[in-house]
Design a binder for this molecule. Structure first.
Ligand SMILES: NS(=O)(=O)c1cc(-c2nc3ccccc3s2)cs1
Length: 304
């Protein structure tokens, strides 16, 4: 097949390559602007492993949802060293939520309440769709929530790649994997985590949309846990049965819950309640994406 790169004109790397190799590109045949994600395959000798094909087809199916970035095409090609590469051709979105929040932080303006509400509803809808198909994202954060600035449409990107690729793909070499949105059960070493890990991240993103600051900006796994414990109180067997059996559990300083209004002051009562449900320690008590969409916080959402 014609090498994928001849069909596309690479314009520039997007997001300073923190998404892996993603380029804004123009498809020569149609003039269409796309996001081209280049992924090297490890098992070069026998071509594309069937597991990857199966899981890329999951990705293709999931991206039919309006809140998942659309996968338009998958092309196999060769890179300069003759290695087999997979090109995933996605629809192009002009920004991401990390840049969107930064732009408001720089102007000192709050993100309007209806905008926060609309973005959160779209996020819950996209996450509910993935979870409904048994796919976890595992790494939800503002950086991989893409947006169309004009339409205020939000779409989830870099979806469950751990599922789409047999091996956890080597993240972009120098990328510092942010821990800020990581659920406590993952930080404490739980192995069989659930859809609840994504709902924790959704809660952290919700708080960040309201305050324009990261809720738990830890710079190590221990610091990440201590940030969480200082606000929500040190977890114990009463609030989270089983927590003290988790492999990374140690004796921690005993903090009591500070109440969310101390960290997220400008959020109304419904919002505070929903946020608290996203940030339940016990994964089995954490609200699901589907239930979140039915929360009274969204009653006055302009569902246009
Ligand atoms: N960060 S940014 O420059 O605003 C920007 C990022 C993107 C991306 N589009 C996609 C599509 C699919 C997977 C990852 C990405 S990252 C398009 S614009």
């Amino acid at each position: 097949t014609m090498s994928a790169m001849q069909a596309f004109e690479k314009l520039e790397k997007v997001g300073e390559g923190t998404y892996g190799k993603v380029y804004r590109a123009r498809e020569k045949a149609t003039g269409r602007i796309v996001a081209l994600k280049k992924t090297r395959l490890h098992e070069d000798d026998e071509g594309v492993p069937p597991t990857t094909l199966r899981e890329v087809s999951i990705l293709r199916m999931l991206s039919r949802d309006p809140h998942i970035v659309r996968l338009m095409d998958v092309k196999q090609g060769q890179n300069k060293e003759g290695k087999t590469v997979l090109y995933l051709v996605f629809e192009y979105m002009d920004t991401d939520l990390k840049k969107f929040i930064r732009s408001f932080r720089q102007t000192g303006k709050a993100i309007p309440v209806p905008t926060v509400k609309s973005l959160m509803y779209q996020l819950c809808k996209g996450v509910a769709f993935c979870h409904g198909h048994g796919i976890l994202h595992r790494d939800l954060k503002p950086h991989n929530l893409l947006m169309d600035r004009k339409t205020m449409l939000l779409k989830i990107a870099d979806l469950g790649l751990a599922r789409a690729y047999t091996l956890p793909i080597k993240k972009y070499t120098h990328e510092i994997l942010t821990l800020w949105y990581r659920a406590p059960e993952v930080l404490l070493g739980a192995t069989h985590y659930s859809t609840a890990v994504d709902m924790w991240s959704v809660g952290c993103i919700f708080a960040e949309l309201v305050t324009k600051q990261a809720l738990f900006p830890g710079d190590s796994e221990l610091q990440q846990l201590l940030h969480i414990f200082r606000l929500l109180g040190t977890p114990n067997e009463q609030v989270w049965p089983g927590v003290s059996n988790l492999v990374n559990w140690h004796e921690y300083p005993q903090w009591s819950p500070q109440g969310l209004s101390s960290a997220v002051p400008d959020l109304d009562a419904h919002g505070q309640d929903l946020l608290l449900q996203f940030l339940q320690y016990d994964p089995s008590k954490r609200i699901s994406a589907k239930k979140a969409m039915e929360h009274p916080y969204f009653d006055d959402l302009d569902k246009e």
